[in-house]
Design a protein around this ligand. Structure first.
Ligand code: NAD
Length: 270
C-alpha cells in the first residue's frame, strides 16, 4: 500500500514536541520527506533522528527557526525546497501559551505582542512562503502529483468558545488564525493551494500540562470534556494527515475540529 503522502514533502513547525513531533512521525510513515522546524534546535534534531529511525525510506532533517521572524521562516521554506525539490505540505503548528497571559486587566502588552508574534504572525509568514513555494511546484504527471499544495494552520478550540479561565492573547491569536486561514483559502483556491485550520481540543502535551500542573486545575477542565479525558497529540496528527493528504482534496477554508466533542457540548454525559 503506498502511503498517503507518498512522493510529497512537508515542513512542520514546532516539530520538536507534541503535535508537531507526532505529525512528523506520522507524515514520514505515510511516505513524506519531512523538514522538522523548531526554535529549539536540539528538540528538532532529536525528533528528526526518531523519524529517520522509524521511517528510513524518507528524508528527515531538522532546521532551527523562530516562526515570528520572517527571514527565518523564509530560510526554512527555502531549505525544504532545496532538500526535497518541492513543498507540498506546510503545517504551521508552532505556538505558545504564556503563563502570564491572563484577562483584559492583567495581561501585559509585551505578553500580548509576543503571543501574537508567534501564534499569528508566525502563521502568516508560514503561509506567505509556503504559497510562494507551492506556486513554483513543478507538475509531475508521471507520479500523479498535482501542482499546488496543502497548508494547515493550528488554531484551537478556544478560537470558537470562551473560557472563564482566560488567556486573552492566546485566544485572540487563535481566533485570528481561523479568520486569516479562511480568507487565504479563498484567495488561493484557484491556484490549487488549499488552506485549512485545525482546532485541537485540550491535549496531554507539555504546552497544556505544564500549565495545568495541579489536580484541581485539571479537574476544572475535565468536567467539561464530553469524553472525560484530554486528547493525545497523535489524535491531532491524524487529523492533520487527512488535511495534508489528497483525501481532503475538496476541503479548503474549513475549521477542522479534533476536540473530543468539546465545541458541540452543552451538558456533559454523566
Ligand atoms: P508543545 O509545547 O508540545 O510544542 C510546541 C513546539 O513549538 C515546541 O517544540 C516549541 O519549541 C516550538 N515553538 C515554540 N515557539 C516557537 C517559535 N517561535 N518558533 C518555532 N517553534 C516554536 O505544544 P503542542 O501542544 O504540540 O502545541 C502545538 C500547537 O497546538 C500550538 O499552536 C498550540 O497552540 C496548539 N494547541 C495546543 C493545544 C493543547 O492542549 N496542547 C490545544 C489547542 C491548540
Amino acid at each position: 500500500m503506498p502511503g498517503r503522502l507518498q512522493h510529497k514533502s512537508a515542513l512542520i513547525t514546532g516539530a520538536g514536541s507534541g503535535i508537531g513531533l507526532e505529525s512528523a512521525l506520522l507524515f514520514a510513515a505515510e511516505g513524506a520527506h519531512v523538514l522538522l522546524v523548531d526554535v529549539n534546535l536540539a528538540a528538532a534534531e532529536r525528533a528528526a533522528r526518531l523519524v529517520a529511525e522509524r521511517s528510513p525510506g524518507v528524508q528527515a532533517a531538522a532546521f532551527k527557526a523562530d516562526v515570528s521572524k520572517e527571514a527565518e521562516v523564509k530560510a526554512a521554506v527555502d531549505q525544504a525546497v532545496a532538500l526535497f525539490g518541492r513543498l507540498d505540505v506546510m503545517f504551521n503548528n508552532a505556538g505558545i501559551m504564556h503563563p502570564a497571559d491572563d484577562n483584559a486587566l492583567n495581561t501585559e502588552e509585551r505578553i500580548w505582542d509576543l503571543t501574537m508574534a508567534v501564534n499569528l504572525k508566525g502563521v502568516w509568514w508560514g503561509c506567505k512562503y509556503a504559497i510562494l513555494a507551492m506556486r513554483a511546484n513543478p507538475t509531475d504527471a508521471a507520479r500523479g502529483l498535482h501542482t499546488g499544495g496543502s497548508i494547515i494552520n493550528t488554531a484551537s478550540f478556544v478560537a470558537i468558545m470562551g473560557a472563564a479561565t482566560p488567556q486573552l492573547a492566546y485566544t485572540a491569536s487563535k481566533g485570528a488564525v481561523l479568520a486569516m486561514t479562511r480568507e487565504l483559502a479563498m484567495v488561493h483556491a484557484r491556484e490549487g493551494i488549499r488552506l485549512n485550520s485545525i482546532c485541537p481540543g485540550p491535549l496531554k502535551t507539555p504546552l497544556l500540562m505544564d500549565f495545568l500542573n495541579t489536580e484541581e486545575k485539571r479537574e476544572r477542565r475535565l468536567v467539561h470534556l464530553p469524553m472525560g479525558r484530554f486528547g493525545e497529540a497523535i489524535e491531532i496528527a491524524k487529523g492533520a494527515l487527512f488535511l495534508a493528504s489528497d483525501d481532503s482534496s475538496y476541503m479548503t477554508g474549513t475549521d477542522f475540529k479534533v476536540d473530543g466533542g468539546l465545541t458541540s457540548c452543552y451538558v456533559t454525559p454523566q
